[in-house]
Structure formats: C-alpha cells, structure tokens
Design a binder for this molecule. Structure first.
Ligand code: SF4
Length: 81
C-alpha cells in the first residue's frame, strides 16, 4: 500500500511576523515551504502528507515560527514542545 495515500493531511502555518528568514524550513521541506520575496517563509500548498519534512522544518525553526497541525482533528504535530 502506498503510505502517502493513508497519511493524514497536514497544514503548515507560518507566523510571518516571527520568521527571520533563515531558510532552514525550506531546506527541510522544499515542496511545502519557501522564502517569499520579502525574505520570509510561506507555505506553498494548503495541505501536505510529508509529515517527516514539515515536522523537521518546524523543529529546526530557531524562532518557533512554524506549526504543523492535522487537518482532520486539528491536533498539533510539531513542534513537539
Ligand atoms: S526556519 Fe523559521 S525563521 Fe527560518 S525561514 Fe523558516 S519559518 Fe522563517
């Protein structure tokens, strides 16, 4: 079975007021996050199933500007603290 088909959809929210533009998140999850023209991160799509990538991105962010939630339940997946 293709795991991508059963993985829960996740949404990544960026607190653009906090973002300091390191680009670490875009490196960890390049399909989901990129730096915008203003040098701050933005989500590239409304939902993703790349849990590993977006979790790593949220945990790498030095200013805790990223949060990952399940679309269906709203449960916060990352960061873990
Ligand atoms: S890792 Fe955090 S501070 Fe760096 S670009 Fe991403 S959201 Fe902004």
């Amino acid at each position: 079975m293709n795991r991508q088909n059963t993985a829960p959809a996740l949404v990544v929210r960026v607190d653009r007021a906090r973002c300091v533009g390191t680009g670490l998140c875009a490196g960890a999850a390049p399909a989901d996050l990129a730096l915008g023209e203003d040098g701050r991160a933005r989500a590239l799509r409304p939902a993703t199933t790349d849990r590993e990538g977006v979790t790593e991105a949220a945990e790498l962010c030095p200013v805790e500007a990223l949060a990952v939630h399940r679309v269906d339940t709203g449960e916060q997946i990352a960061p873990a603290w």
